[in-house]
Write a protein that binds this ligand. Structure first.
Ligand SMILES: *[C@@H]1O[C@H](CO)[C@@H](O)[C@H](O)[C@H]1NC(C)=O
Ligand SMILES: *[C@@H]1O[C@H](CO)[C@@H](O)[C@H](O)[C@H]1NC(C)=O
Ligand SMILES: *[C@@H]1O[C@H](CO)[C@@H](O)[C@H](O)[C@H]1NC(C)=O
Ligand SMILES: *[C@@H]1O[C@H](CO)[C@@H](O)[C@H](O)[C@H]1NC(C)=O
Ligand SMILES: *[C@@H]1O[C@H](CO)[C@@H](O)[C@H](O)[C@H]1NC(C)=O
Ligand SMILES: *[C@@H]1O[C@H](CO)[C@@H](O)[C@H](O)[C@H]1NC(C)=O
Ligand SMILES: *[C@@H]1O[C@H](CO)[C@@H](O)[C@H](O)[C@H]1NC(C)=O
Ligand SMILES: *[C@@H]1O[C@H](CO)[C@@H](O)[C@H](O)[C@H]1NC(C)=O
Ligand SMILES: *[C@@H]1O[C@H](CO)[C@@H](O)[C@H](O)[C@H]1NC(C)=O
Ligand SMILES: *[C@@H]1O[C@H](CO)[C@@H](O)[C@H](O)[C@H]1NC(C)=O
Ligand SMILES: *[C@@H]1O[C@H](CO)[C@@H](O)[C@H](O)[C@H]1NC(C)=O
Ligand SMILES: *[C@@H]1O[C@H](CO)[C@@H](O)[C@H](O)[C@H]1NC(C)=O
Length: 834
């Protein structure tokens, strides 16, 4: 029997800082849980406080108390049919006898039954029991009192997260504050956030955290730090979360003082074994190592002409007797020369790892990014998944939005991940879906699974944005079961995080599901990559940064044509790295999907897509459409005011307001850049034609001077204004020659790191609005010290009544290195956003 409780919206506490994530255990509306039978007790079949089963009992008690208002006592022995029992199947058998009807469970799996008088939550192991308890609490918290009885198992044994935390407490590509693990070269004393992190991860079935950056510092392995890592492992353990460690390949030399780090040298092997023994003495359940070698300047086996398999197996042997594994990153590539038409970074992983297939020890897992370049807004599935048939593999995803808005743009990532997880690579002409390859199913591998770079920090929102947490939640849910529907996962998260109001559920669902297509549309579409600045912050637009350097993220755009020719017939040959059916599809421009056209083919800007549009017109249209969709996120969120607590409402409002403006910055930068390059006008005459704008440089300036922005496309008409000195105020004045009426006034300015300028805008003598350049304090993204696509920002003052001939004046007061920069203003009639 199924029933869903009818729930009405609740009053909210005024503030929620996000720390509890989706584990808020918010009270259900009273009277709404009549179908639920109060259990007589909670029976947690382990009384050791560090046991996940014990923790499961505590969580259940807290869940009943907070969600349902029931104080239920915990017992650790005796068998009562009307209790909620949590433990392993084996413990249950000992205490309560029969376990008929429960199928054989895989490692970490569990059985959940709410049929009958009591509730049984039985894990294959301790942490499986905890996972089951969290799943049951999730049902309670969502007001779901269905009678269920089912077994569930994870898709794969490896369900890890990676943190790129440095020993000094900074986090590479982290947007949620400083490290919760490290500061000042060592492990922090207060590990309460580490424990809370483990709790969040356990609640979604994730089982290990590699705590330090893949660009690893050898000092992580000093005896003092190993003791500190042990303390982290101690706070993880009750949640069934294991600790993993990133290694620096040169450690035997840099830390150990040996003259070499040759992986085949016996003193090097002995050094690594000795360190590994020391680690396992302190952390007997250490999950294993993560290794980035010979990649982006990191040391590796190439120094000694040894293979990447020699390197991986060195560590595999060291951890083998302890049950540890080695996650070995496939992200290995060299700098390339763009003048060579056949050079292609996308081919590197298969070139380096393909020949090593079958040479890795059985406890090595090759960790492969979803696409062959680097976490772009769309990439084809990495062909390496189809080239390692005798090697364990895992997929590497990024929850942290490195190239995808850095948590200052809303972007629900699972629909992007699904394009790869659900892709059928047709190895040997047989169904070979990527999720079945990484689980080990397709090629009958014993190990495999998932890794995601998460990079939570000390910010109470964890990731730097409340809405970004849906990505972490969904990552865990997909790693458990990649066939789960990404919209259903999202809605579970919304109910757990924001409650049951239907307008809240529908609003956040719509925004989130629209967010990746919108971002793709206003950043880089047709498979050209994100078009962000790859040489600096990876945040705002800078298409020119892709080319004329050795990084190999090229677009090969010129005034006539664009795209990477990755065909076998005339290009880099990359398409030939796929199994025959897939290779044939991508080789042929007619069967290549439009959304990957420029990934695989070099075409004229006037080439017609399957859609019928030319490439250039598609760029223009998509950028307008994407930015328009981003405006709706803000409108939707504003419609939810009063239905979400003020703290989270305002935090998210700040980000969506920024995104609505920054999506226009993206739109115009990309469109202006390619219009400039091609000289081909927009059919709809929008690009370069902005009738509602007044350029700052065309205003009357006093104490301001013009400034040529670089890259040019990061400013409207490529010019902005800055104060003439960094200590005196500037004014920019213009007479408004628009018909009298009510307008939204948008002001585009630049917010640099290293100063907090003040601006005031007046109509005549009337102060219309003022603001401060404090993005670095209120947004999560990496700030910039320049006027560019990262610092470009828009603020909007709504409903300003203007009379024809009014004088508009902006007064800018510089601060620090920020010279109160301005780009343009727009006076927008109702319904127009430009
Ligand atoms: C209880 O938990 C502890 C700690 O995890 C574990 O060592 C012990 O084996 C468990 N007891 C039983 C009976 O499973
Ligand atoms: C209640 O939870 C069960 C178990 O997860 C699920 O199968 C069912 O669809 C849920 N019911 C509703 C209405 O969400
Ligand atoms: C790091 O060291 C600085 C300077 O000694 C000190 O002020 C700070 O509190 C330390 N931080 C932590 C987290 O230990
Ligand atoms: C490694 O960590 C040590 C100790 O914190 C620090 O002095 C050193 O600069 C770090 N090395 C690198 C390359 O970051
Ligand atoms: C290991 O390296 C050391 C130092 O370079 C060298 O003396 C020794 O001969 C090497 N051993 C082997 C077995 O290669
Ligand atoms: C082995 O590790 C121990 C610490 O466990 C350390 O004291 C010792 O110096 C190490 N030996 C070598 C040869 O590195
Ligand atoms: C590197 O190793 C390969 C294969 O073992 C060998 O053919 C080659 O000569 C070696 N190169 C150098 C520079 O030692
Ligand atoms: C073939 O490759 C050359 C560069 O070697 C390039 O200039 C040309 O445009 C390509 N031809 C086609 C049809 O893509
Ligand atoms: C691309 O444009 C060039 C220059 O206009 C022209 O010569 C060439 O034929 C075009 N290529 C195709 C495939 O249309
Ligand atoms: C493109 O921009 C550059 C730099 O601002 C400018 O010199 C050039 O005239 C522009 N070209 C076109 C076709 O707009
Ligand atoms: C969290 O980050 C936001 C910016 O994303 C910032 O406004 C806020 O002050 C930070 N809070 C904490 C506690 O660090
Ligand atoms: C202001 O400008 C002067 C002269 O350019 C410079 O020396 C000074 O460092 C600047 N002050 C700040 C706070 O940036």
């Amino acid at each position: 029997m199924r029933s869903l409780l009818l729930l009405v919206s609740l009053g909210f506490a005024a503030a929620d800082n996000g720390l509890a994530g989706w584990l808020r255990y918010a009270p259900l509306p009273s009277g709404s849980h009549s179908h639920y039978t109060r259990p007589s007790s909670i029976l947690a079949l382990n009384s050791t406080t560090s046991s996940p089963v014990y923790v499961a009992g505590q969580e259940l008690q807290s869940g009943f108390k907070n969600i349902l208002g029931d104080n239920i006592e915990i017992q650790h022995g005796g068998c009562q049919p009307s209790a909620v029992v949590v433990g392993t199947v084996a413990q249950y058998k000992d205490v309560c006898g029969g376990v008929e009807g429960i199928p054989e469970l895989a490692e970490d799996g569990f059985w959940l039954s709410t049929k009958g008088k009591g509730v049984q939550i039985l894990g294959q192991n301790d942490r499986g029991a905890l996972y089951g308890a969290f799943e049951y609490i999730s049902m309670l918290a969502q007001g779901n009192s269905s009678q269920v009885a089912y077994a569930t198992n994870p898709s794969a044994p490896v369900r890890w997260v990676n943190q790129w935390d440095n020993m000094d407490g900074s986090i590479e590509r982290g947007y949620g504050g400083a490290s919760i693990f490290f500061a000042n070269g060592t492990i922090v004393k207060d590990l309460s956030r580490a424990a809370q992190y483990a709790r969040l991860l356990a609640s979604i079935g994730l089982n290990a955290v590699v705590v330090n950056n893949v660009n690893a510092n050898a000092t992580t392995l000093t005896s003092e730090n190993i003791e500190g890592l042990g303390k982290i492992a101690d706070v993880f353990r009750p949640y069934g979360v294991q600790l993993g460690i990133s290694l620096n390949f040169a450690s035997p030399q840099t830390l150990g003082g040996l003259p070499t780090f040759d992986p085949l040298n016996s003193s090097v092997i002995a050094w690594w074994q000795n360190v590994t023994d020391e680690i396992y003495q302190r952390i007997p359940d250490m999950a294993g190592y993560l290794v980035k070698a010979d990649s982006e300047g990191e040391p590796g086996p190439a120094t000694y002409n040894r293979t990447l398999a020699d390197a991986a197996n060195l560590f595999a042997k060291a951890v083998k007797n302890y049950g540890g594994i080695v996650m070995f990153r496939a992200f290995v590539y060299n700098q390339l020369d763009e003048s060579d038409w056949k050079a292609d970074r996308a081919k590197a992983a298969v070139q380096f790892f393909g020949p090593l297939d079958g040479k890795f020890d059985s406890n090595v897992v090759v960790q492969i990014k979803y696409g062959p370049i680097d976490f772009q807004v769309r990439e084809p599935t990495s062909p390496l998944f189809a080239n390692l048939l005798n090697t364990n593999t895992a997929m590497e995803l990024e929850v942290t939005q490195e190239y995808l808005g850095q948590q200052s743009h809303l972007l629900y990532l699972p629909p992007l991940w699904k394009t790869v997880l659900d892709f059928d690579l047709r190895v040997d002409g047989k169904q070979s879906i990527v999720r079945d390859i990484i689980s080990g199913k397709r090629f009958d591998r014993p190990l495999g699974g998932w890794a995601a770079v998460v990079n939570v920090g000390t910010n109470t929102t964890w990731l730097g944005s409340h809405l970004a947490m849906s990505n972490l939640y969904a990552y865990g849910r997909l790693a458990w079961n990649p066939t789960n529907n990404v919209e259903s996962i999202l809605q579970d998260w919304i109910r757990l995080t924001f409650g049951f109001d239907l307008s809240v559920i529908n609003g956040i669902t719509k925004m989130s599901m629209d967010s990746w297509p919108a971002y793709e549309s206003y950043s880089g579409n047709l498979g050209i990559q994100t078009l962000t600045d790859i040489l600096y912050t990876h945040f705002g637009p800078n298409p020119a940064s892709q080319d004329n350097n050795g990084w190999g993220q090229w677009t090969r755009a010129d005034h006539l044509s664009v795209g990477m020719d990755r065909t076998v017939s005339n290009g880099t040959g990359y398409s030939g790295q796929y199994p025959a059916e897939i290779a044939a599809m991508y080789e042929n421009i007619d069967t290549t999907p439009d959304n990957l056209l420029l990934w695989f083919h070099h075409v004229n800007w006037t080439h017609h897509l399957h859609s019928g549009k030319t490439v250039i017109q598609h760029f223009y249209d998509a950028h307008y459409a994407g930015a328009e969709t981003a405006q709706t996120f803000l409108q939707t969120w504003e419609s939810l005011k009063g239905k979400i607590d003020e703290e989270r409402y305002n935090d998210v409002l700040t980000k969506l307001t920024f995104q609505s403006g920054h999506s226009i910055v993206w739109r115009d930068a990309i469109n202006d850049f390619y219009w400039n390059m091609t000289g081909i006008p927009d059919d709809a005459n929008r690009v370069g034609n902005h009738p509602w704008r007044v350029e700052a440089e065309s205003m009357t300036l006093n104490g301001y001077k013009t400034y040529n922005v670089s890259p040019f496309e990061a400013a409207s008409k490529s010019v902005a204004i800055v104060t003439s000195s960094n200590s005196t105020t500037g004014t920019a004045t213009t007479k408004l020659e628009y018909p009298s009426g009510t307008y939204d006034l948008a002001v585009n300015y630049y917010d640099l790191y290293g100063g907090k300028s003040h601006w005031k805008v007046y109509l005549g003598d009337r102060l219309i609005g003022k603001w401060v350049g404090n993005n670095e304090d209120v947004l999560s993204h990496t700030p910039s010290i320049y006027l560019d696509g990262h610092s470009a920002t828009r603020i909007t003052f709504r409903g300003v009544s203007v009379n024809k001939g009014d004088t508009l004046k902006i007064v800018g007061t510089p601060d620090g290195v920020e010279p109160a920069p301005l780009d343009y203003i727009s006076l927008l009639p109702p319904g127009i956003v430009d």
